[in-house]
Design a binder for this molecule. Structure first.
Ligand SMILES: NC(=O)C[C@H](N)C(=O)O
Length: 454
């Protein structure tokens, strides 16, 4: 057990300067001393936590200047549970500021790079978490996923990235970006560890009213009885040949093993991304209003309250965060609200309904029968449009940073459990495949991922 932890610190020592995956880290001796005193289901497992989870020992920065010296008075439920079960928190991971980004390039601490090829980005916003796992800094990392923040970096770094059903893990102490979407996620090279950590973290928490008790029972899945849906609308412009190849090879393998591959339709796919980039900024606008230089963190001095507020927020937030605050304010303006925010909520409802219809014969809310539901067990899609881009590519004027969330955002809008796992490679660069299940079917999504990995 000790050797594993020592090895993690050795890797951190060797590689973190280059990869910039960790914002803070603990003292190795102190952590090693703790092993002996601890018991529990995660005993001795080295764990990295994204820097938007409140922790007692480390500062909690959200990779933002505005929180760069912030120590939280509370500890998040996820971190508390990990510690109670003997998990060892090695450090806090780099991320896109407040979770806003897909490449970990929007961090006050600079980009985190991809251990597979450090000229490339590791994805975001839980980029440091994915890089820490891929580089061997820890056995498992905790991230958060609002629209793909766990699955996209997992895809780029060639590891597993699990986003459970909305509400299945308490978010108490996870600094909010967009409440109706934020979900705690788990990243690792080892699916069994993901299952163990999920088992520890899941469940109702009185401190998070959105957390739920799952009634799900793990089923014994047999590939030959599974119906796997392939959404036809996911053949979007911009998807690379390599991703198409890995996607169809994975489906072929499943078909050979006896699964039934079923083409399905999720008609709202083309609008889901736009809806997400209205709803998430609208919620962020409200969530980030509290950073005024008085209650939290960084404060810039001004001539009066208004001037100081203006300077604090201008200097304290990075450009992407400011952009989203402005978009959020705009889409909620009374004159624009129905054109943007309300329209986006209608699309979100449509996305949820589209998913319900492919999974089940009856609408779970109204009880009405769906015409021709294909009644699939899981959806299988790509996780990203392509392999990880180089850092240079993300700086180009023509680069569209939002389009890459096209495959991950729909499951987020519907709150569904989804996992990204490595499906193949192109010139040594990982390509992720995403499995999506029905709401509440977290354990079965993990089971299916295990079957597919065999
Ligand atoms: N937070 C996320 O899940 C990532 C998404 N790309 C966003 O910027 O909102």
């Amino acid at each position: 057990m000790k050797e594993k932890v020592v090895e993690c610190f050795r890797q951190i020592h060797l590689k973190n300067k280059r990869l910039n995956a960790l914002i803070s880290q603990t003292d190795s001796q102190m952590l090693l001393d703790q092993i002996g005193n601890k018991n529990g289901r995660l005993r001795g497992i080295p764990i990295v936590v994204k820097d938007n989870f409140a922790t007692a020992e480390f500062k909690t920065t959200c990779a933002s200047k505005i929180l760069s010296a912030y120590y939280s008075p509370i500890e998040s439920t996820a971190v508390r549970k990990i510690k109670e079960e003997g998990g060892l928190i090695i450090g806090k991971a780099n991320m896109d500021e407040f979770g806003m980004g897909s490449f970990n390039t929007n961090s006050f601490y600079g980009p985190s790079l991809n251990p597979v090829d450090p000229l490339r980005v590791c994805g975001g916003s839980s980029g440091g978490s994915a890089a820490a796992v891929a580089a061997g800094f820890c056995a498992v990392a905790i991230g958060s996923d609002t629209g793909g923040s766990v699955r996209l970096p997992a895809s780029y770094c060639g590891i597993y990235g699990f986003k459970p059903s909305y509400g299945s893990i308490s978010r108490y102490g996870l600094i909010p970006y967009a409440h109706s979407l934020d979900t705690v996620g788990i990243l690792s090279k080892d699916l069994n560890i993901i299952c163990d950590v999920f088992d520890v973290l899941k469940g109702k928490d009185e401190l998070d009213p959105t957390s739920i008790v799952s009634k799900e029972r793990k089923e014994i899945l047999e590939i030959e009885n599974l119906r796997i849906g392939v959404p036809q609308e996911y053949h979007v412009d911009g998807i690379s040949d390599a991703v198409l190849r890995v996607w169809s090879q994975t489906l072929e393998k499943l078909e050979k093993r006896g699964a039934k591959i079923v083409p399905v339709s999720i008609p709202s796919t083309s609008q889901a991304l736009s809806a997400y980039y209205i709803i998430a900024p609208a919620e962020a606008y409200s969530n980030l209003a509290k950073y005024d230089g008085i209650r939290y963190g960084f404060k810039a001095n001004g001539d009066n309250y208004k001037d100081s507020l203006f300077k604090t927020r201008t200097e304290g937030f990075g450009n992407e965060v400011k952009k989203r605050i402005m978009i959020g304010a705009y889409v909620l303006k009374s004159l624009e609200k129905s054109r943007f925010y309300v329209a986006a909520q209608k699309v979100r409802k449509q996305v949820q309904d589209d998913f319900d219809r492919v999974f089940q014969a009856v609408n779970p809310l109204t009880g009405a029968k769906y015409e021709n539901s294909p009644q699939i067990d899981f959806l299988l899609t790509p996780s990203a449009l392509d392999v990880a881009p180089t850092l240079e590519m993300t700086k180009s004027k023509d680069w569209n940073p939002y389009i890459n969330d096209v495959f991950t955002v729909p499951a987020s809008l519907a709150g569904l459990p989804a996992i990204s796992m490595n499906g193949g490679n192109e010139n040594g660069l990982p390509i992720g495949i995403q499995l999506v299940g029905q709401y509440g079917n977290d354990l079965n999504v993990l089971e299916f991922a295990k079957l597919l990995s065999q």
